[in-house]
Design a protein around this ligand. Structure first.
Ligand SMILES: Nc1ncnc2c1ncn2[C@@H]1O[C@H](COP(=O)(O)OP(=O)(O)OP(=O)(O)O)[C@@H](O)[C@H]1O
Ligand SMILES: [Mg+2]
Length: 445
């Protein structure tokens, strides 16, 4: 596969025609959306990370406080066991902690039986209902969240002078309500939601402004290139017509010139015809975005019947089997000249890239509010790897260049632009050596 004419000016024209054939709305919307999605991802990730970091910090702080409390209370278990609850006043001087803040302490014996309890915020569940003795006897504090209460439980051991293993005296559980933390988190959530919404509004305004700023130089550049292309193409028409007329005049006096000269004049004529076609196709592409009579209601059969008849004679001349199946009373909203041109390009390709003996099918069917116009051939087909390129300006397949050396690679670019103008879709399926099928989907009027 090769790209055809690619000197610098041509590359420029290719780019401009491609951008124009898709319109400027598409890149603008895509740029804005990309920017918005990127900003939402950044803001969302930062907000969630901040929120998770704060939750983790608050939880760690709560756990640290509970661990300090429960470890400080460890010596009191023995005293409570021997002297009872009344010793609390004497042994736990920091007990006002329980009334001022939302802490609680519970003392259990080694069987898990509650010996004493201080404070108001504690889980309404006995110790062994929430933790198994095996878990507790591992020697580490056990941290748990039970509803709105966070707890830290430790096992308390007494030294056994005779044996190596210490004797289990019981357990102490410290608890604290998480309500205060939840209030802080609620405020944080509200703050993040408000901040996020404000940031999103600002980012949206920024994205519109930045997209405008980023695209306007390109837009201006493309407009200039299109204008130059349009002017150059326009001004080429007159000299081309003059050359054409001059060669025709010379050719009309065949008897007065040498056969060798006639041959050369014919070559000039063919070349002029080719340039004229290129100029005309470029002009069409750069003007593709200009308004046309797209609102006219077009009945497809009367439009496509003459086209089909035209190709019937080409089919006969080339020995290709041509079958047509056009539906009556199918109306689309569009420009009849452009629609004819679209299908001419597709039919031309089907005939150009199908060998004598092959077949071309031209048909129509209705499906869910759209008409599907198919041009199917049993020709040379398109390789899978080439399919992404076929709608690009000036792209031609290698086989196509051998079969039709005079092509430009613009037929499908024009077809694509016309389908876009009609809010339609163009789909291709193809298999090398088997054939191709181009389907144009157009909304019904
Ligand atoms: N029906 C088809 N069968 C096989 N290949 C096709 C067919 N239609 C298009 N192609 C491939 O797509 C390429 C681009 O097609 P397009 O119509 O744009 O250009 P072209 O036919 O090469 O030249 P032009 O239409 O400007 O005369 C072709 O060169 C060819 O490789
Ligand atoms: Mg073509």
């Amino acid at each position: 596969m090769k790209l055809l004419i690619k000197p610098p000016l041509m590359s420029l024209i290719t780019i401009s025609t491609q951008i124009f054939s898709r319109g400027f709305l598409f890149p603008r919307k895509r740029l804005m959306l990309t920017y918005l999605v990127a900003m939402i991802c950044i803001l969302g990730t930062s907000g969630i990370s901040l929120y998770l970091f704060l939750i983790k910090n608050l939880n760690q702080q709560l756990d640290r406080e509970l661990l300090t409390l429960v470890e400080a209370a460890a010596p009191s278990l023995n005293i409570i066991k021997s002297e009872g609850l009344q010793s609390l006043d004497r042994e736990v001087p920091w007990r006002n902690l329980f009334s001022e803040q939302e802490y609680s302490l519970e003392w259990y014996d080694s069987e898990g039986k509650l010996l004493a309890r201080e404070g108001t915020q504690f889980p309404h569940m006995s110790l062994f209902k929430t933790i198994s003795p095996a878990q507790l006897n591992k020697g580490f504090p056990v941290l748990q969240r039970l509803g709105h209460i966070q707890t830290a439980t430790i096992s308390v051991y007494a030294n056994n002078p005779d044996e190596e293993t210490p004797i289990l005296e019981g357990y102490i559980r410290a608890s604290e309500s998480t309500q205060e933390m939840e209030v802080i988190l609620d405020k944080l959530r509200v703050g993040l939601a408000l901040g996020g919404t404000t940031a999103l509004v600002l980012v949206s305004i920024g994205s519109i402004y930045l997209t405008q700023e980023a695209l306007s130089p390109t837009q201006r550049g493309v407009q200039q290139i299109s204008k130059i292309t349009s002017d150059v193409s326009h001004h080429l028409r007159t000299p081309l017509t003059r050359i054409s007329i001059a060669t025709e005049i010379l050719l009309s006096k065949k008897d007065k010139i040498q056969p060798e000269e006639v041959k050369k004049l014919n070559i000039i004529n063919t070349a002029v015809e080719q340039i004229r076609r290129l100029v005309e196709e470029l002009l069409f592409l750069v003007r593709a975005d200009l308004p046309s009579k797209l609102r006219e209601s077009v009945s497809l059969k009367p439009l496509l019947q003459p086209l089909s008849q035209q190709f019937e004679s080409i089919a006969q001349a080339r020995g290709i089997n041509f079958q047509t199946e056009l539906l009556s009373n199918v109306l689309v909203s569009g420009d009849s000249v452009r629609l004819t041109r679209l299908l001419t390009h597709l039919l031309e390709n089907a005939f150009n890239y199908t060998d004598p003996g092959g077949s071309v099918f031209f048909s129509m069917k209705l499906s869910h509010g759209t008409v599907i116009i198919s041009v199917r051939d049993t020709g040379m087909g398109i390789a899978d790897g080439d399919l992404p390129f076929i709608f690009q300006g000036f792209w031609r397949g290698e086989l196509a260049q051998n079969k039709q050396p005079e092509g430009f690679g613009l037929g499908l670019t024009i077809a694509y632009a016309i389908v876009q103008q009609h809010q339609g879709e163009i789909k291709v399926s193809s298999q090398i050596g088997v054939g191709s099928c181009f389907q144009v989907h157009l909304p019904l009027a």
